[in-house]
Design a protein around this ligand. Structure first.
Ligand SMILES: *Cc1c(COP(=O)(O)O)cnc(C)c1O
Length: 374
């Protein structure tokens, strides 16, 4: 087998989708941006669609186009398109687009005219995150939007927003954003702009805040079996989610070294006792963060072996311990769901000072994704 691979458990993806379906009356949009958080765009989208996803959502237009070309027939939204994208193709493929500026609205409406089809749009509202969406300027552009609606140069399918702190369920900001959303929806309605769908909830809000469910929830990190915030919301297991990615690599070499030997670039770590070291054939070029510390490592020959020294571009070293039975050529589990004793994605995130989202998303393209059958 290869020196590195990411095994994706599509049954876990299906289970995580069904889990949230059972918890909400709303339609579920499976968020598959960023190559399905590193799990593989089309394979995950198909698994989510068969498990009952009502919508698919991506950030980029090219991701949405790949979904259509890959055979996805459910509604798709691409919500992060700058001006200048291929909107004609989007409209022809029935891909819903999001608008958060008049510039973008004008361009999308013109593309619709050019292909003789009414673009389906979702209006993004900035309710306090101060990132995308119409904020205070809604006042000044609302009549422009309304005239586009009236002349049928666009069709408003949805109105949506995004929480800044949904992973802190106790934060008052969640309620503030929701109230702002509700009043802006009212304001749009009074101007003649109404919409069949309203959506604001990400995974964290889907799990903790029924008021935010509206009629579509956007299920991202939860689809992959990961907790939106381990500290505030509990682990995957505590939430009832199944992590879907298992990262496997190999020991290119096992060798004995004496106590007091420094390891790797910068000699940042030193062996404390006589031990065995294992050279793992993945590095930061594969998405293993260079700043990982010894709170992470691999599972091999029945036990954990912690990282020692800096992660290199194509390899990192683990301290196997003198008694380890690991041999040159053995497979190692870098991370998995933890059920066999291996490090979890959350443990790797902690060891790198980041979040589980980043650990899975950054696994590089030279690591093949494979989809073992159950
Ligand atoms: C990424 C994203 C989501 C999903 O967020 P999770 O925390 O992964 O559930 C939902 N909505 C938008 C607009 C996003 O960009």
């Amino acid at each position: 087998m290869s020196r590195a691979r990411a095994e994706i458990n599509l049954a876990a993806i299906a289970s995580n989708l069904k889990f949230i379906k059972s918890k909400s009356k709303s339609q579920v949009l499976a968020v598959v941006k960023a190559d399905a958080y590193g799990h593989g765009l089309v394979a995950v989208a198909k698994a989510a669609e068969s498990a009952g996803a009502d919508w698919l959502g991506t950030a980029l237009l090219e991701e949405a186009i790949s979904l259509r070309n890959g055979g996805i027939s459910k509604p798709i939204i691409a919500w992060l398109t700058p001006p200048g994208e291929d909107f004609k193709t989007a409209i022809n493929l029935d891909i819903d687009l999001s608008i958060s500026s008049i510039e973008l609205l004008t361009e999308i409406a013109a593309a619709g005219k050019a292909v003789n089809k009414v673009p389906r749009v979702h209006i993004e509202l900035d309710t306090g995150m101060n990132r995308g969406g119409f904020g205070d300027e809604l006042e000044t552009v609302i009549s422009d939007i309304a005239s586009h609606v009236k002349s049928a140069s666009i069709k408003v399918i949805g109105i949506w927003s995004h929480f800044a702190r949904a992973d802190e369920p106790g934060s008052a900001m969640n309620q503030t954003q929701l109230s702002r959303f509700n009043s802006a929806v009212e304001q749009l309605k009074n101007a003649g702009i109404s919409s069949e769908y309203l959506h604001v909830a990400n995974s964290a809000a889907s799990l903790t805040n029924q008021d935010a469910h509206k009629n579509i929830i956007r299920w991202g990190i939860g689809l992959y079996g990961l907790s939106p915030d381990v500290n505030n919301m509990g682990s995957s297991a505590e939430l009832g989610l199944k992590p879907a990615m298992k990262l496997i690599s190999k020991l290119q070499l096992v060798k004995a070294v004496k106590a007091g030997q420094s390891v790797g670039y910068g000699s940042t770590a030193t062996t404390k006792v006589d031990t065995k070291l294992g050279v793992v054939t993945m590095g930061y070029a594969d998405g293993i963060p260079r700043n990982a510390n010894n709170l992470a490592g691999v599972f091999v020959a029945g036990q954990r072996a912690a990282l020692i020294g800096r992660v290199s571009m194509d390899q990192f070293v683990v301290d196997l311990g003198a008694a380890s039975l690991a041999k040159t050529g053995d497979e190692v589990i870098v991370f998995g769901d933890g059920s066999g004793g291996e490090y979890t994605i959350d443990e790797w995130a902690k060891a790198c000072g980041t979040i589980n989202y980043e650990i899975v998303t950054r696994i590089g393209t030279r690591v093949p994704r494979i989809y073992p059958r159950e």
